[in-house]
Design a protein around this ligand. Structure first.
Ligand code: ADP
Ligand code: ADP
Length: 232
């Protein structure tokens, strides 16, 4: 099966002001080892797509299937377990815990799955993101770019099947952006992990194998490494 399949998902937000159809039938396969940038104008449904794909929100209709497992068939406990074991999150707000050291922030996802982090594994991922010497620091002592790299190390530690990245370069300077994008690139090239990245940044999109364009809650087209394809 594909690493991630969105099968006809829709999402309607209901409020007193009325209903908003944020996604109006999105079907898409994310192959294992692919790196996809999701682009589109503000309000086109990118965040909603990412939230649904990552099981953080439920689509109104349709299915999200991760490595053959339909998320709607899981209860909250099983979904949380699957998320912790198979998904990595790199969001713009780094969500690091300020009271913990860099080392403990990175080790946390393993501890949450009941595993005892091996010191060498934590140091390996810190080395991958170039922060081996910061293990004992706390997030507030690091620059924004360094904090983002800690967040990536934390996502790498569980070797997730799929990385979800929401504007991962939004708050970074161009040098740090490139480092972060290359780390995600390496995850797909070296380990066959799958990256789904929402971005406005054309530089970020250039690191992807494929760009998925959303417009008004539907897939308006996709672009494969420079070759225009299946423009709807
Ligand atoms: P994008 O990430 O592309 O900017 P979003 O997925 O955030 O798009 O939003 C898609 C549409 O859904 C927009 O019209 C937005 O206003 C609406 N929307 C998003 N989240 C909510 C929510 N929690 N409640 C109501 N409407 C929402
Ligand atoms: P534990 O099983 O409690 O994690 P450890 O000996 O692995 O025991 O680590 C104890 C604490 O020491 C960790 O929670 C962490 O704060 C810190 N620590 C361990 N190894 C390192 C390291 N190489 N660099 C920085 N801090 C470390």
């Amino acid at each position: 099966p594909p690493a991630l399949l969105l099968d006809g998902i829709t999402k309607t937000y209901k409020s007193k002001a009325g209903a908003v159809d944020a996604l109006r039938g999105v079907t898409y396969h994310f192959q294992r080892g692919s790196y996809t940038a999701v682009m589109g104008p503000s309000g086109s449904g990118k965040s909603t797509l990412l939230q649904c794909a990552a099981g953080l929100d439920k689509p109104s209709t349709g299915a999200v299937v991760l490595n053959g497992i339909p998320l709607h068939g899981l209860n909250e406990v099983a979904l949380t377990k699957l998320r912790r074991e198979q998904m990595g999150f790199v969001f713009q707000a780094y969500n690091l815990l300020p009271s913990l050291t860099v080392y403990d922030n990175v080790a946390l996802p393993l501890r949450l799955t009941g595993k005892r982090p091996r010191r060498t594994d934590v140091h390996d991922v810190l080395r991958q993101v170039g922060l081996e010497d910061k293990a004992k620091r706390r997030p507030a002592e690091l620059s924004g770019g360094q904090q983002q790299r800690v967040a990536i190390a934390r996502a790498l530690i569980t070797q997730p099947a799929v990385f979800f990245a929401d504007e991962p370069t939004g708050a970074l300077d161009s040098t740090t952006s490139r480092q972060v994008l290359e780390l995600l690139r390496t995850a797909t090239d070296r380990s066959g992990q799958t990256v789904v990245m929402v971005t406005h940044d054309p530089v970020a999109a250039a690191y992807a194998d494929r760009v998925l364009f959303l417009s008004d809650g539907v897939v308006a087209g996709s672009l494969d490494r420079g070759t225009p394809q299946q423009i709807a």
